[in-house]
Design a protein around this ligand. Structure first.
Ligand SMILES: [Zn+2]
Length: 333
């Protein structure tokens, strides 16, 4: 028997949850090892840090035997805590990377050649009412994340709806845009187990933001994604953050209520005025101390505003330099 690895737990038959630390938060990301059919496959891989990668390798040997390596690496989405170690595990361990094709074009501007995206984000923030000096800082706030990521080219690009063999069982790929354009979940219909990534979390509501790298209406896409996951009838949800849980139905209902309430609240706050997303975000969340959080708050407000505009409950007035929002005006008699 191989030595015990800390934070490695069998959560369903042949499915091992490994909890890896996230350095900038007091939080863990859960990655999953699937052992069977003579190999070990991995869903998500944590940060690019030597300690985290060493933990993964020890966990793979612990469930797959001495000499075992990651065969396939399926990434739910390219955020650093899910994708960071992908470059090392493909280059050094020979893992075959699977990634949704809408995530692929996000990698280069986000982690390799950042200047253009930083410029775009800066313009985008300014257009949404962020004062210039603040926009400058906010657009640079994610620069440091690249240190936790070594990117890799996927061996297999996914569309969604594929059946993939992982750890000796068949899993269906469910494309669930919202938190990220090409976010995927995986479903094991045999065991009724859903690998939910960041789409369905037990405690926190995943950040859903409108920004230059998002899809055009991420909030509605997110809610539709949740409905599609529920339709699978999962018995056990394995989230990327927090503990496994069973009541998918109840949790989806809560998340849906949260976002519908927030939309109502935004319509109230807009009142009879005409506001920028930045002014609105400050009213909703206050002037948050941390820059990265401020940017997420703005993008989250924008996702709600966009959904309201799509429904025609608000008007989105778009000019080259400024975007504002107001309630539809009654037509002149
Ligand atoms: Zn994420």
């Amino acid at each position: 028997m191989a030595t015990r690895v800390e934070n490695l737990t069998e959560v369903a038959t042949g499915v091992f949850e490994l909890r890896l630390p996230i350095p900038w938060e007091d939080e863990f990301v859960n990655v999953f090892l699937l052992a069977g059919g003579g190999h070990v496959d991995l869903i998500d891989c944590g940060m690019n840090s030597a300690a985290s990668i060493d933990t993964i390798r020890r966990a793979v040997r612990s469930v797959g035997g001495e000499g075992a390596r990651v065969r396939r690496l399926l990434i739910t989405h390219i955020h650093p805590d899910h994708y960071g170690a992908a470059g090392i595990l493909t280059a050094e361990d020979g893992a075959e990377l699977c990634l949704h094709r809408l995530e692929v074009p996000l990698v280069h501007p986000r982690y390799l050649d950042l200047e253009q995206l930083i410029q775009e984000v800066g313009d985008y923030l300014t257009r949404n009412g962020v004062p210039d000096a603040v926009a400058e800082e906010l657009s640079n706030s994610s620069r440091g994340l690249r240190d936790f990521v070594t990117p890799a080219e996927p061996a297999l690009q996914l569309d969604g709806a594929e059946t993939l063999e992982l750890g000796g069982r068949e899993l269906r790929v469910e494309w669930t845009p919202g938190h990220s354009p090409g976010h995927v979940c995986l479903y094991d219909a045999g065991q009724r187990v859903l690998f939910a990534g960041d789409t369905l979390l037990p405690k926190i509501s995943p950040n859903i933001g409108l920004h230059p790298q998002s899809t055009p209406n991420p909030l509605d896409e997110f809610l539709e994604s949740l409905d599609r996951l529920l339709a699978l009838g999962p018995g056990l949800v394995l989230p990327a953050h927090g503990r496994p849980f069973e009541d998918a139905q109840g949790r989806v209902a809560e998340l849906r209520r949260h976002h519908l309430r927030r939309k109502d609240q935004i319509v109230e706050l807009v009142g009879e005025g005409e506001v920028t997303a930045w002014a609105l975000a400050i009213e909703l969340w206050g002037d948050r101390p941390h820059f990265f959080e401020k940017r997420l708050a703005l993008q989250e407000a924008l996702a709600h505003l966009q959904s309201l505009a799509v429904e025609n409950r608000l008007q989105k007035l778009a000019e080259r330099d400024l975007v504002t929002w107001r309630r539809p005006r009654p037509r002149p008699a």
